[in-house]
Design a binder for this molecule. Structure first.
Ligand code: ATP
Ligand code: MG
Length: 180
């Protein structure tokens, strides 16, 4: 499985629709300060269900919507879609390509989709449990995160091993089952 492409529209500094293609192997994003490199990583985090404005370097969740510049008007919604090549079926679905998208309007109304079908955030989370992908996976290593792991509480560090061992999914399901 690998990240094939990202589409953004109205997300942070990306006012108009923009498509990034990735290939197997390493891709580096380079550019001057403030040109939107970190916004690309934020887009990935966001579409995978990030609920914390702080993690996205904003004050409120609406801050992800393009706020306008001197020559361009603000827009009404933010949209991100990411596509994974799933021909090895690491993601447990029959699809060999999986696209997850999220849209949010200024009213706060928001929607998630998997392969163009509406779904809940929970479905997005379930799809990625134990794959290392996801807002809590370790596929996105932010600044200061390594330090946090090294100096973290043993319980937090245990979570990291659970994720790597692929048992998070079962633990979450157990917790849910006990609640019901
Ligand atoms: P650096 O090299 O300094 O890390 P960077 O390339 O990572 O820079 P980003 O942090 O991705 O840059 O982009 C910051 C830019 O995004 C700023 O110019 C900021 O004004 C713009 N930006 C962030 N949110 C919005 C928004 N909602 N609307 C418009 N522009 C935004
Ligand atoms: Mg940056």
């Amino acid at each position: 499985m690998y990240l094939k492409s990202i589409e953004v529209q109205g997300f942070k500094s990306f006012a108009t629709k923009l498509h990034f293609d990735f290939h197997e192997g390493i891709t580096a994003i380079v550019g001057p300060n403030g040109s939107g490199k970190s916004n690309v990583a934020d887009a990935v985090r966001w579409v995978l269900g990030e609920q914390s404005a702080k993690q996205l370097r904003g004050a409120s969740m609406q801050d992800v919507i393009f706020a306008g510049t001197e020559n361009r008007k603000p827009v009404g919604f933010a949209y991100v879609a990411i596509t994974f090549d799933n021909s090895d079926h690491v993601l447990q679905t029959d699809y060999s390509e999986v696209t997850v998208s999220r849209r949010v309007y200024r009213s706060g109304e928001s929607e998630y989709m998997i392969n163009k079908a509406h779904c809940r955030l929970k479905d997005v989370n379930e799809l990625f449990y134990d794959t290392g992908i996801g807002k809590e996976g370790y596929s996105i290593i932010g600044q200061g995160q390594i330090e946090k792991i090294i100096n973290g509480r043993p319980e937090d560090r245990r979570e990291l091993f659970d994720e790597a061992a692929g048992i998070v999914k079962f633990k979450r399901r157990k917790t849910e089952a006990l609640k019901e």
